[in-house]
Design a protein around this ligand. Structure first.
Ligand code: ASP
Ligand code: MG
Length: 469
């Protein structure tokens, strides 16, 4: 039987109606084995983090815990009969977990917000919501088990942004999940907490904000590796139909991207409207496991995004933007053909933990430009200016800019690029730098920040036919 890993985000857990919609979706996907990956109730992860960062005032801490309690009690009061076993179990769970959270806050106050405490605290959102959903499924006569993901997803030690160790995760999944999924006599739904894992010594880690998407694809990856059934799909239920070609803020009539391949999706997830966790495609690309982004409010709709190894090559898939960027340029008249200049630039950035997103260098090597986020720009400029090597031989400049990314296999055609530059020229928009790596299906264009909206509009207008409609 096919397996579907479905992720329900916080916006799918807001009230009784939303929980009923989950039941409805469960009915629609009747003939498949299911794993539900659940996020925290919306806003809870933020609240946990904010509270952990500000523990000086006990009153604020107590208020936050009360609020977390209230949000969850509100839900269980809506979805369960007050005296039912399910209600009592959920209520006891909330009480127990909040007292553990209280203890964690006390430790943090004493020892400081170390990275492992941070991830531990953030894990409570998923641990509460998933347990509640599991009780809800049981109360509706379904067979369901609650599994905290720290039992099966083993990660490296990078708290806050952990990566799975697949060999270890695979064997846990083989031992704990596949027997449940492959039992022909039972139709068990697995309710798995999103976002969290654990390292080898047992500390809870998190996969990065919005990481439940990633949990879903990691589980799909491991099931594919160790399970018998290779017919696996991931569905992410969201409050939108899927990925849009352009943020509607720039082009209101922007169309939905119906299909794209993993490479295209990675670019769009990276720059786009934060609908898809950029890391999550890594886990499924190798096995060509398809992923759908679907609208929670319209589960039977035809409008959704499918990411797979199939794509329509005749299209531009999307335009996205980095709105607040700074281009830093390092120029030398004398030091051409000297090995190691780029290494020194990137080492300086890496020491300051600054991420470099675009690089352009003329083959004459006279000048090198790269993009950092506007937030990091001062730090980056200062670091270069303070370095003896750069201050002696180089001129260093920084300018506020925006970056447009145009993604899709169509971008490989020279004519498409010509059309893009023509469009920009019509609006007298100056291209300050460009970058496209070898055979890359993404073209990045650096322009004046004020021109961003005009630029996206005119590219969309002029190349309209190249988009899906
Ligand atoms: N609750 C976590 C967050 O808000 C993970 C998720 O929502 O996917 O980042
Ligand atoms: Mg969330």
């Amino acid at each position: 039987m096919p397996i579907i890993v479905m992720k329900f985000g916080g916006s799918c857990l807001i009230d009784k109606t939303a929980f009923k919609k989950i039941l409805n979706i469960n009915n629609i996907y009747n003939d498949v084995k299911k794993i539900f990956v659940i996020s925290a109730l919306s806003g809870i992860t933020d609240l946990l983090l904010k509270t952990a960062q500000k523990l000086e005032d006990t009153k604020i801490t107590d208020q936050a815990i009360s609020l977390i309690e209230k949000r969850h009690i509100d839900i269980i009061e809506q979805i369960f009969d007050e005296d039912s076993d399910y209600y009592i179990k959920a209520k006891d769970w909330i009480d127990d977990k909040l007292s553990e959270l209280d203890d964690a806050f006390a430790d943090i106050k004493e020892f400081g917000l170390e990275p492992y405490y941070r991830d531990y605290v953030l894990s409570f959102g998923e641990i509460l919501s998933t347990y509640i959903l599991n009780q809800y499924l049981l109360s509706n006569g379904l067979d369901s088990v609650y599994i905290p993901a720290n039992k099966i997803i083993i990660t490296n030690d990078e708290f806050n942004n952990a990566y799975p160790l697949y060999d270890l995760t695979n064997s846990r999944i083989k031992n704990l999940l596949t027997p449940l999924l492959e039992n022909p006599k039972k139709d068990t739904i697995i309710c798995l907490t999103g976002f969290i894992g654990r390292n080898k010594i047992g500390y809870i880690t998190t996969l990065g904000r919005g990481g439940s998407d990633y949990t879903s694809t990691i589980v799909a990856h491991s099931l594919f590796t160790v399970g018998n059934d290779k017919d696996i799909k991931v569905i992410l239920w969201k409050d939108v139909d899927g990925l849009l070609a352009i943020n509607p803020k720039y082009v209101p009539e922007s169309s939905l991207i119906k299909n794209l391949d993993y490479g295209e999706a990675k670019h769009i997830a990276n720059f786009g409207a934060k609908i898809l966790h950029p890391k999550c495609l890594e886990a499924i690309e190798k096995f060509k496991i398809p992923l759908e982004i679907r609208n929670f409010d319209n589960p039977l709709g035809d409008d959704f995004t499918e990411i797979s190894d199939r794509t329509d090559k005749e299209q531009i898939k999307g335009i996205s933007a980095v709105e607040l960027a700074t281009i830093i340029t390092v120029i030398s008249g004398s030091l051409v053909d000297v090995p190691g200049v780029l290494a020194k630039i990137f080492k300086t950035m890496s020491k300051k933990k600054i991420s470099v997103s675009l690089v352009a260098q003329s083959s004459s090597e006279i000048s090198t430009s790269f993009i950092v986020s506007a937030e990091d720009s001062e730090k980056a400029l200062q670091a270069l200016k303070k370095s003896k090597f750069f201050s002696e031989f180089f001129e260093i400049k920084g300018e506020d800019v925006a970056v447009i990314n145009i993604t899709g296999l169509k971008i490989l055609e020279t004519r498409t690029k010509a059309e893009i530059f023509n469009a920009l020229d019509k609006k007298h928009i100056k291209v300050k730098a460009i970058s496209q790596s070898y055979d890359e299906l993404n073209l990045s264009i650096v322009i004046n920040r004020e021109k961003l909206s005009d630029a996206i509009k005119i590219i969309h207008e002029d190349l309209y036919e190249e988009f899906e409609s």
